[in-house]
Design a protein around this ligand. Structure first.
Ligand code: GDP
Ligand code: MN
Length: 379
């Protein structure tokens, strides 16, 4: 789950990471008040789930409360990469001497949390990663032993040569690690970590993703979910207990079980097609779930055929069949639907479906070939 900058800062503050004082507001008038409260130069920052806000005009410095109010009225309602800005942060602006990058991810290759640090922080870190990757230093951390003081010092020394400042950076690195582990994050990024001319260190920006499977351990973080950060389809799928990921192809997929869904996508590719989505309706599937799944699939304008691949175990084929019929009664779906149902109650399912216009198939290969072929037909 993605969370906003202000939410990441709230979490990290609890772990002692130094965060400049901030307030969250939704109106220009409140932006003015917040700037007056802070009483110094502030930075006005869009709170949206995308990077590169600065470049998009979503981060502005304001010397006075008047300026803060003016920036707030520009930024509120602004569209940044398809997301509308509804909340802004008014943050105490810090003086910048240096901008570093500090990030942590769970790395699949090493199967460990990996720290990444760079002295070339700021808004162009992607460019640094592409053009001069040697400027990014990595260290895999043993998750059982945790981050040692030596690890933290080694990392800090890669980016900061002054011993007193390096000690503060090392302390920062330790606290960020605690925040990352303590909240079951899959990513935590501070870009920039600012060193002021006086040698203080601050997390000026913060980005965190939290492992969805660990949210049950963090009810406070689970509440941070912002529905505005999800597309309607993803939200609908999540609320119905479906796993849905949109992809770029044109064969819509409705499958039960993550493994079968992955396999179905592979077989589609094998037959020269491209899946429009991953969609797992889960183990026990009510007709409602199937209706919702079809609504989600058909709302994607790229979809040219729909492939329903059900291996009935706990999922009953007749339930899926009823859902299909119900969905077709509620909305007229023009897109051809290929159905392969096998397993629990398959005979009953066939009877339910017989009255309707489905392309039926008995094997997975046959079903996929048909769906791929139909997706190639002109609309
Ligand atoms: P991003 O563009 O979404 O990564 O937003 P950031 O919060 O990283 O801000 C982008 C840039 O704005 C930073 O790299 C800084 O150069 C500048 N900036 C952000 N906050 C401050 C601040 O408190 N003081 C100063 N002087 N500049 C800031
Ligand atoms: Mn940033």
């Amino acid at each position: 789950m993605k969370i906003h900058e202000y939410q990441a800062k709230e979490i990290l503050m609890r772990h002692g990471v130094p965060i400049p004082r901030f307030e969250i507001v939704t109106t220009p008038a409140d932006a003015r008040k917040a700037a007056e409260d802070i009483g110094r130069m502030v930075v006005v920052k869009a709170q949206v789930h995308v990077g590169g806000r600065g470049k998009a005009g979503g981060v502005k410095l304001a010397k006075t409360a008047d300026e803060a109010e003016a920036h707030a009225s520009n930024i509120l309602g602004m569209d940044i990469k398809g997301l509308t800005v509804e909340k802004i942060m008014i943050s105490d602006a810090v003086d910048i001497d240096r901008e570093y990058y500090i990030g942590m991810i769970v790395d699949r290759q090493t199967k460990k949390p990996v720290y990444m640090v760079s002295e070339a922080g700021g808004i162009d870190i992607e460019q640094v990663a592409n053009e001069t990757p040697e400027k990014i230093h990595k260290l895999a951390i043993n998750p059982v032993k945790g981050l040692s003081a030596a690890d933290a010092s080694t990392l800090a020394a890669k980016i900061e040569s002054r011993p007193e400042v390096a000690a503060k950076v090392a302390e920062f690195i330790t606290k960020l690690y605690d925040g990352f582990i303590g909240s079951d994050a899959s990513l935590a990024e501070i870009n920039p970590l600012v060193v002021t001319p006086d040698g203080e260190v601050w997390a000026v920006d913060a980005k965190m993703n939290i492992d969805d499977n660990a949210l049950y351990r963090h009810p406070d973080i689970a509440e941070m979910r912002d529905p505005a950060g999800e597309t309607d389809e993803v939200r609908k799928a999540r609320e119905m207990g479906l796993s849905y990921v949109k992809l770029d192809g044109n064969v819509g997929c409705l499958v039960n079980g993550a493994g079968l869904a992955m396999t179905t996508m592979d077989v589609i590719q094998h037959y020269g097609g491209a899946p429009a989505n991953f969609l797992d309706i889960g183990g026990s599937s009510s007709p409602d779930k199937v209706v919702t799944a079809l609504e989600i699939i058909t709302s994607d304008p790229n979809v040219r055929s729909i492939l329903i691949n059900i291996f009935g175990g706990i999922t009953r084929c007749d339930d899926v069949a009823r859902g299909l019929v119900q969905a077709l009664e509620q909305t007229s779906i023009e897109i051809p639907i290929v159905v392969r149902l096998t397993g629990t109650n398959e005979d009953e399912a066939r009877k339910i479906l017989a009255k309707h216009q489905f392309v039926s198939a008995t094997t997975m290969d046959e079903a996929v070939e048909k769906a791929v072929e139909l997706a190639k037909q002109p609309a």
